[in-house]
Write a protein that binds this ligand. Structure first.
Ligand SMILES: Cc1cc2nc3c(=O)[nH]c(=O)nc-3n(C[C@H](O)[C@H](O)[C@H](O)COP(=O)(O)OP(=O)(O)OC[C@H]3O[C@@H](n4cnc5c(N)ncnc54)[C@H](O)[C@@H]3O)c2cc1C
Length: 457
């Protein structure tokens, strides 16, 4: 940690800000500033060009909520931009400080405050992997987690994520009841604490850190099961998807993950070649151990070949299969082929299988390679598509998205860093803007990410 006197800025009085922090730990080392100003925006060739030079001037590392109040007050007094950071695993530069200023690293706020059966209150900086390790002692686990569970914080997931492993049973993070409460500190000269409960807690979802500093979350938990990782290989992709869909519809088969992947995606999973037969699309699944019998019966009915079946292992050095799914699939592909990027698509629940066939016929198989994650959306089973795209130009990437949209598939564009553009809205949600007015009247919380908000100056 360096002394506050080493910081300065021409746009705002950063030195005065740093001095007013007292003994709150700060970092000014250039390498740390660069590292803590990045996330996985480089998945997108578009964002890579736009964001790679953005860097904070200071990192602050609060130890507790009192430190956060002190930081929030100093930021408001000196009009210093604050960008909150959890694990830094976002995909669209959500925690990149596009207007410089300060990165607020939440990693030290990591205690579990309490667990009362299936309800947990936890500080926002705690890693989800460490949450499950604790709650499993009482027979519960998070209802869902991203494939970055071992790196990402619960606060970052709530503010920047959408769903993941578990969403096949519980839906997305923003579905009513999947977050029970949140505590948010405002960025004002005299910061206020907001305790949001019930559906009000959903206000913090997908705000990309623009709506105050989340210090704690109340999360409803699921009963913990012993999970089995399974790979099933098929002769063709449509059979793999049909099998996955049938398993998804079977409420009596308890599962946490159902992921159809077309060939050649499995080729990108280095070190796992023996479990991914050449030219065979697969379904990767996590199934509760007591449900494995019916799962295998359905696989057999679809002539699926079981190429891997083992208890999910999240210990150090092990590779749980969920780290081949969701956006880890894209990561593995990018590690092999830097010309690959991806899209985020939500297929309509009604007529899902027909839509999969319709969209598959629209693209050359070496340009769009299909990857689905089965989820529930508003209660209905459907597939979230995370297709890999062989990138050529920005124009072609946009054209591909337009083709999806024209065929009735919703696209959440992962090649943008402005909140409103992520879902193609003209302006941010009125609730979100209203809440931002309360917790960030000056517009210093992750500024530059929400174009429709006009700050009070
Ligand atoms: C390989 C890979 C796989 C992924 N898989 C999934 C997946 O399965 N599902 C999914 O939803 N996402 C996925 N993601 C995206 C990302 O990992 C998750 O959304 C993750 O939960 C983000 O958590 P984080 O702690 O890293 O957040 P960060 O990246 O640090 O932050 C995300 C956003 O939240 C804000 N934020 C962080 N903490 C706070 C806080 N305490 N208060 C206010 N704002 C805050 C930040 O400012 C930023 O805008 C994946 C990303 C990668 C790179």
């Amino acid at each position: 940690m360096n002394a506050p006197t080493e910081v300065s800025s021409s746009k705002y009085d950063l030195a005065a800000f740093a001095h007013s922090l007292g003994d709150v730990p700060i970092e000014t080392d250039t390498r740390i500033l660069q590292k803590k100003s990045r996330d996985f925006f480089w998945f997108s060739p578009v964002l890579k060009r736009q964001l790679q030079d953005k860097v904070a001037e200071l990192v602050v590392v609060p130890r507790d909520e009192a430190d956060i109040v002190q930081i929030a007050s100093a930021a408001a007094r000196h009009r210093v931009p604050i960008t909150v950071r959890g694990g830094g695993t976002g995909n669209y530069g959500q925690c990149v400080p596009v207007q410089g200023g300060v990165v607020l690293d939440m990693s030290a706020l990591n205690e579990i405050e309490w667990q009362n059966g299936a309800l947990l209150r936890v500080k926002a900086g705690r890693k989800m992997h460490h949450i499950d390790a604790e709650t499993r002692k009482q027979g519960f686990e998070l209802r869902m987690h991203p494939s970055t569970k071992r790196m990402a914080s619960i606060g970052g997931f709530a503010a920047g994520g959408s769903g993941g492993i578990g969403s096949v049973a519980y839906g997305g993070l923003r579905e009513l009841g999947n977050i029970s409460g949140a505590r948010v500190i405002s960025l004002e000269e005299t910061p206020r604490a907001f305790e949001l409960k019930g559906d009000a807690a959903l206000k913090i979802c997908h705000g990309w850190g623009t709506t105050g500093i989340i210090t704690a979350l109340e999360m409803p938990l699921a009963p913990a099961f012993s999970w089995i990782d399974v790979i099933v290989a098929f002769d063709d992709f449509m059979t793999a998807v049909r099998f996955g869909y049938e398993v998804t519809l079977a409420d009596g088969v308890l599962k946490k993950l159902v992921t159809p992947l077309d060939w050649p995606i499995p080729r990108y999973f280095s070190g796992m070649e023996q479990h991914f037969p050449e030219n065979r699309p697969v379904v990767i699944a996590m199934v509760a151990d007591h449900s494995i019998g019916p799962f295998l019966s359905v696989a057999s009915a679809y002539k699926g070949e079981i190429t891997y079946q083992r208890a999910t292992d999240e210990s150090m050095g092990a590779r749980p299969l969920y780290e081949l799914t969701w956006n880890h699939t894209t990561l593995h592909a990018l590690n092999v082929d830097r010309d690959i990027t991806y899209l985020q698509a939500l297929y309509p629940a009604s007529g899902f299988m027909e839509k999969v066939a319709e969209v598959a016929a629209l693209f050359a198989p070496d340009e769009v390679i299909h990857h689905f994650e089965f989820i529930r959306y508003a209660g209905l089973p459907t597939g979230a598509g995370l297709p890999l795209i062989k990138y050529t130009t920005d124009e072609r990437l946009n054209e591909i998205m337009e083709i999806y949209r024209a065929h009735g598939v919703f696209i959440a564009d992962p090649h943008i860093w402005m909140l409103e553009d992520s879902a193609g809205y003209k302006s941010a949600d009125a609730d979100l803007i209203g809440f931002k007015r309360e917790v960030d009247p000056l517009g210093i919380c992750n500024p530059g990410k929400m174009r429709t908000y006009v700050p009070l100056r």
